[in-house]
Design a binder for this molecule. Structure first.
Ligand code: CU
Length: 405
């Protein structure tokens, strides 16, 4: 353990980052037009991402509303404190602890149930998130080896600054009524694979049908379960990057099943876990439960790249999403002609933004996303807060776009 006394740590000269969470049960959408009984940190699944720098003090405050049926706790893996700190907080009460984020990397946080009872239900119903602890001296440059064709190896270096995403894998175990199914969990019979809380969260929707096919009813992808303007922030969104851009993805396995992380059509240029590089130029990297990694890569050519949990049971139950690099659909001239943009753009993020559920808070070496749209497993209240913060409500913007031929 390290020092955990808030009074001592707040006067230690270190930067203090406050992390305020509320533990609340809410009903949230699932695929197929139904809802389920979710448990959340602050009305969203996953909970808010904490971003700090190695050596910072984290002051975590967990409040439970008086009308909440049960207590909740918060076990933050970035801390090194006695599990007594994670004692559950009763409805109507607030609890706090402090710790030093000593180690750089990605760290899960999750509800610890009511004195550990029901921890499985609380976590698998949505009470999980991540803390990203940036290295004290920043991230490393990315080296990518290229061949010249004559047997020589060229090394191309990319600046440490990167466009960043977060992807958190998990499962749902639900009865047809949308309640947690412990029996299914003990048998590892998950009913859904989710990424950032949603099945098939990052696949095309009707907006992309219009833009790319010119027809709202012509689907682009084999599975587009989140079509429809009325779905608002639940409408699926794609993730946009530029070509030849350093991309950094924070991946956490929040669930009960292994994650075999793979990006179809790309090679993972670098895998970092904790503060050590584990691999470079690898096809797939595996994560057990509560394990994480940082994937650094560059998307070389314009195109669509599916990321998957390369377990077929996971892929077909929702563990797949799509990155779009550059302008593979040749939209630039049409968007310019239609007056949507003044000049060609290096990625569609400049037009549509990237989904807020996949965009972590800015850190030491972050490239700012051109725009962020409101997307995620949020309560309406959380979605409104994102809108007030300047994120784009795509469902309001789509009908105002001039038609693209
Ligand atoms: Cu809980």
């Amino acid at each position: 353990f390290a020092e955990t006394d808030c009074d001592v740590l707040e006067n230690s000269g270190r930067d203090v980052k406050e992390f305020n969470l509320t533990g609340e049960s809410v009903e949230l959408p699932i695929m197929g037009g139904k809802t389920y009984n979710a448990m959340t940190f602050s009305g969203q699944v996953p909970g808010p991402t904490l971003r700090v720098t190695q050596g910072d003090v984290v002051k975590m405050t967990l409040s439970i509303p008086a009308d909440e049926a049960v207590g909740h706790g918060n076990d933050m893996h970035a801390s090194q404190t006695s599990s007594a700190s994670f004692e559950s907080v009763n409805p109507g009460e607030t609890s706090q602890y402090c710790y030093i984020a000593e180690a750089a990397g990605v760290f899960k946080y999750h509800c610890s149930g009511v004195h550990l009872v029901g921890m499985d239900q609380h976590v698998l119903s949505g009470m999980y998130g991540i803390a990203i602890v940036d290295p004290a001296k920043g991230y490393k440059k990315l080296m990518v080896e290229k061949t010249s064709g004559s047997g020589e190896l060229d090394r191309k270096f990319y600046d440490a600054d990167a466009l960043e995403f977060q992807l958190q894998f998990n499962q749902l175990y639900l009865t047809p009524e949308g309640n947690y199914d412990a029996g299914a969990m003990f048998q590892h019979h998950n009913t859904a694979t989710v990424v950032n809380g949603i099945q098939f969260a990052y696949v095309p929707n009707m907006l992309h049908n219009i833009l790319i096919k010119g027809d709202v009813n012509k689907n682009i992808f084999v599975a587009q379960p989140w079509n429809g303007i009325e779905l608002e922030h639940m409408q699926s969104q794609l993730m946009y990057v530029e070509n030849d851009q350093h991309v950094r993805i924070f991946v956490e396995n929040q669930g009960n099943e292994p994650v075999f992380f793979h990006i179809v059509g790309e090679i993972l240029d670098r895998i970092t876990q904790g503060n050590r590089v584990q691999s470079a130029a690898t096809e797939t990297w595996s994560l057990g439960g509560s394990q994480n990694m940082i994937v650094d890569l560059v998307f070389d050519e314009p195109g669509t790249y599916a990321f998957v949990n390369h377990d077929y049971a996971a892929i077909y139950t929702g563990g797949i999403g799509v990155f779009v690099a550059g302008d593979p659909f040749g939209l630039n001239p049409r968007l310019v002609d239609a007056g949507v943009i003044d000049a060609p753009v290096a990625s569609y993020a400049y037009v549509l933004g990237n989904p807020s559920s996949a965009v972590p808070p800015m850190g030491t070496d972050s490239i700012a996303h051109p725009a962020v749209n409101i997307h995620g497993l949020y309560t309406d209240e959380v979605a409104s807060e994102k809108k007030a913060a300047g994120m784009i409500p795509v469902w309001e913007v789509i009908p105002t776009l001039p038609p693209v031929p």
